[in-house]
Design a protein around this ligand. Structure first.
Ligand code: HEC
Length: 178
């Protein structure tokens, strides 16, 4: 029976130590992280999101876009994101501090969208991208009406506003732009 006490203590330690390391440690490291200016006196970054973009994130979530798209630019040397013009600098934790749900994603069937708002030049291009034309079929045609899916629904408008708000093209204390 003497050993039973050690067994229980050991089991407790085996669960408590990782909890402290992973949960409490991460909390201590990131909980106070907030917006910051890239240089003294500069504007706070990341910028506040427009209301329509906040609603559009819910549409993005509900349609499962995150199952094919990531929103994270990898550092040079850990992938070709920067060389491939997916971003000008790697993503850092501070980029996500305003987001109630962080949609990093874990699979890239489509391109990374962390800087899609920088690439998207016109609303029409964004709606074309949302449609995902494959083999002559618009995969997300149900978000549009009209013979050629040219009239966006309210959900499509919010989703486009969200996609256009995606940008990490500002300097951050942890990842200054060169
Ligand atoms: C089944 C996987 C899949 C799903 C789900 C998906 N996408 Fe895509 N997406 C792709 C692929 C693949 C491409 C690249 C298509 C191409 O280049 O023609 C793409 C391209 C895009 C682009 C253009 C990116 C660029 O850099 O030009 C945008 C924007 C986009 N998707 C947004 C979305 C949104 C919003 C949703 C949810 C409504 C979504 N995707 C759901 C696979 C997917």
């Amino acid at each position: 029976m003497k050993n039973f006490r050690y067994l229980v203590l050991g089991a407790l330690a085996a669960t408590a130590l990782p909890f402290v390391g992973i949960v409490v440690g991460a909390q201590a490291q990131f909980n106070s992280l907030g917006r910051a200016p890239a240089e003294e006196g500069g504007p706070l970054m990341p910028p506040l999101e427009p209301g329509q973009a906040i609603q559009g994130r819910q549409v993005y979530l509900s349609l499962g876009c995150v199952s094919c798209h990531t929103q994270q630019v990898r550092p040079a040397g850990q992938g070709g994101d920067i060389a491939g013009a997916l971003g000008a600098r790697p993503s850092v934790a501070r980029d996500y501090v305003l987001q109630p749900v962080v949609l990093l994603g874990d699979r890239r069937i489509g391109p990374d969208l962390a800087n899609y708002g920088v690439r998207a030049k016109a609303d029409a291009d964004v709606h074309l991208a949302i449609l995902h034309k494959v083999g002559g079929r618009d995969q997300f045609g149900f978000l549009y009406s009209g013979a050629n899916h040219e009239i966006p629904s309210e959900r499509a408008v919010m989703l486009a506003a969200y996609l256009r708000s995606l940008r990490q093209d500002y300097s951050s204390p942890e990842a200054p732009l060169k």
